[in-house]
Ligand binder design. Structure first.
Ligand SMILES: Nc1nc2c(ncn2[C@@H]2O[C@H](COP(=O)(O)OP(=O)(O)O)[C@@H](O)[C@H]2O)c(=O)[nH]1
Ligand SMILES: [Mg+2]
Length: 199
């Protein structure tokens, strides 16, 4: 799939603010703050500044909707797990994320995990929640350029102690080199051609 057009649609917090779901299906990107969600969206769309990236974690508090090729949405969700915000603020973000996940949208969720980190409680909760609620999802390991082949194996072994996954069901990506991008785009295209695989 080639992405020819990518346009920012709107930011939202509450389901009533989401753009109309029909007739567009959507791919949502979720993960801890700083895992590389916005960079991945930019890499996939080939647009360097579509989604705002940041060295300072915890910047995106809103759900950002982008319309791709006028046929589907890409959704940049607020990052979870950022320690340096107040408890009240964190609860508000978690509420924003869980309302989104529970909303009856035609969606598939990409869960992003940093290849170098053992998944945290919030990652595990997200994965459990998606499985329990039968929301289709895929895992993408980010920042692959930061590990060598050996380190990658080691990291995957550690991660494998926390979450169960088949090697065929996960994706690997680097926003620096764009490695892994085409596999993810192929999967998105495949799913768009079988939208019954989405929730
Ligand atoms: N080396 C490397 N750095 C990355 C990669 N993806 C993101 N980053 C960096 O990680 C930081 C957070 O990225 P961002 O996309 O804003 O994360 P978000 O908070 O999940 O949206 C930024 O400094 C990015 O440049 C990657 O694949 N490789
Ligand atoms: Mg972001």
């Amino acid at each position: 799939m080639t992405i020819k057009q990518a346009d920012f649609v709107k930011s939202a917090v509450y389901p009533r603010d989401y753009p109309p779901g029909m007739p567009f299906p959507e791919f949502a990107f979720i993960g801890r703050s700083n895992v590389g969600k916005s960079s991945l969206i930019n890499s996939l769309t080939g647009r360097k500044k579509l989604a705002k990236t940041s060295k300072t974690p915890g910047r995106t508090q809103l759900i950002n909707y982008f319309l791709i090729n006028r046929t589907f949405y890409v959704v940049d969700l607020p990052g979870y797990g950022f320690a340096k915000v107040s408890k009240a603020m964190r609860q508000e973000w978690n509420q924003t994320i869980s309302s989104y996940l529970a909303s009856p949208r035609n969606k598939l969720v990409f869960v992003l995990l940093d290849i170098r980190r053992v998944p945290g409680e919030e990652d595990l909760e997200t994965l459990r929640w998606l499985a329990e609620n039968e929301i289709p999802y895929r895992v993408i390991f980010t920042k692959m350029d930061k590990v060598s082949g050996n380190e990658r194996t080691k990291c995957l072994r550690e991660i494998g102690k926390k979450i169960q996954f088949e090697r065929e069901d996960v994706f690997f990506h680097s926003s620096l080199t764009n490695a892994g991008r085409d596999k993810i785009l192929e999967e998105m295209e495949r799913i768009l051609n079988n939208t019954q695989e989405m929730q």
